[in-house]
Design a protein around this ligand. Structure first.
Ligand SMILES: [Zn+2]
Length: 179
């Protein structure tokens, strides 16, 4: 037994970092952002180019809005990309940001490192109680498909990702029963 500040009274599920300010959910004075009219251009502005990893994150983010009944910029969910600490995997973060309005600065868009690409997933937790709601697992066949190419393939790969059915891009593991 030692006296590390994190040794006491933390249950196995207690992963909390800090509590998100309650006033920050929903549409209010803390949330005056607007869903971009042109998400593709928003990605270019933010990221410098649009690549398939951006669009993959964008598609996951839009799934969150649609299936969890939340709106852009309402900050009701914390989205975490669990990825190797390098590009192109990290490009997924900008797609998630543009799709949801979540941001690194508000601590509702996070990332954590995994050792291998096969461990990549994106988790979605409710901001109010930090309970895990669902996990996205990218399809291995799809990741293989976008693992090659040059800068000249980005546009084609991105447009392809925009149109592909969600089932071919990622699987969704619902932790809470689907509504
Ligand atoms: Zn990129």
């Amino acid at each position: 037994m030692h006296d590390s500040p994190h040794e006491h009274q933390h249950g196995p599920m207690d992963l909390s970092v800090r509590v998100i300010r309650k006033a920050s959910s929903g549409s209010n004075e803390w949330n005056r952002g607007q869903d971009p009219a042109d998400w593709w251009q928003e990605l270019v502005n933010r990221h410098g180019h649009v690549g398939p990893w951006n669009v993959l994150g964008y598609r996951m983010g839009r799934f969150v809005l649609r299936e969890l009944g939340t709106s852009w910029g309402s900050h009701e969910y914390i989205v975490t990309a669990h990825i190797p600490a390098c590009t192109p995997y990290s490009c997924i973060l900008d797609g998630l940001a543009v799709a949801t309005g979540n941001s690194e600065g508000r601590l509702d868009l996070l990332w954590s490192e995994v050792a291998l690409p096969e461990f990549i997933h994106v988790s979605v937790r409710r901001a109010s109680d930090r309970k895990l709601v669902l996990v996205f697992e990218p399809c291995a066949e799809y990741l293989k498909r976008i693992s090659q190419g040059t800068v000249h393939d980005l546009e084609r790969q991105s447009r392809e990702c925009e149109k592909m059915p969600e089932e071919e891009l990622f699987r969704v593991r619902w932790i809470e029963p689907r509504r």
